[in-house]
Design a protein around this ligand. Sequence first.
Ligand code: PMP
Length: 362
Amino acid sequence: MEKRIYNFSAGPAVLPEEVLKEAQENLFTLPGVGMSILEISHRSKTFDKIIGDARDDLRTLLDISQDYEILFLQGGASLQFSMVPLNIMPPVNKADYIVTGSWSKKAVKEAKRVGEVNIAATAEDTKFNRIPKQAELKLTADAAYAHFTSNNTIYGTEWQTEPVVGSVPLVCDASSDILHKKIDINKYALVYAGAQKNMGPAGVTLVIIRKDMLERSSDTLHTMLNYKTHVENGSMYNTPTTFGIYIINLVAKWLKKNGGLDAMYKLNKEKAEILYKCIDDSDGYYKGHAEKDSRSLMNVTFNLQSAELEQKLIAEATAAGFSGLKGHRSVGGLRASIYNAFPKKGVEDLVDFMKTFQTNNG
Ligand code: PMP
């Protein structure tokens, strides 16, 4: 088999090797089924068990109570930018949004089509290099909900704890840090996340929704855009992303086997610290984009002195087997995405590479 390289891509992103191997082994025939996961009916008993196990394992990992429904939808996190306001902004028709990056801005754009949006805080003036402080938030007491993005994939910032919004329902886009640590789901009314960073392949979107929120969804909504449709049909109103859900099931099992989210968080902290330490110890050769107290454990963003040097590093790193380090096209620089499945050894090897590069190009 061809050697695997280090994949620092922001998403779709690295998956656990064990998961890939199991999927590969069983791709031709699922044990005892005689057919591939790519071929079986979503109405079959086999798939029923797969989707049920995926749901149950996520419930266990994130300690999600029976007050919440767990959905596997399609259309990416981007469709949730619309589904959230369409379903839960009425009848109040105003909501608070905390803007910490491009994805929050896209969420705001869709919410504005439904009702009034109050920007409770924005970090745009400092190129989204920080998470607003609690005291900065200008929240609306009677908002339908307050929305935030827990990890800003492009800028490499992350909320260390969720914003406090009182009795207003809290909604979170957790696409790029879901399952990287335990969160207290009871603080949230709705969490959504595309699978393609920490959970599985592209094509599935996880939605965790508190049951009382479903009362807000109007029957006049288009069927596929109504959360109630998906709850009532167990995420199978239409053909779900069977393969994606199968992989989520394997990833959830892998997480459970490896000590759950507390163990994962410990490892994620260790990995990020290694890389941030290299940046901080480089005498300004590498400049971290995010303010220290806003740093993401998932996406480490940094710059060099010039775009030329950055390009040189990316070219040499790519040749040495470190893939996906180029920053998002909107901000440039470098970004190392080190999600749950990214190996610690890969971070250590990158740091060795960066130190050598600095010596040779200092
Ligand atoms: N939110 C965040 C935080 C993201 O990182 C992304 C994708 N990178 C999205 C939303 C959009 O996700 P999708 O492509 O699944 O629509």
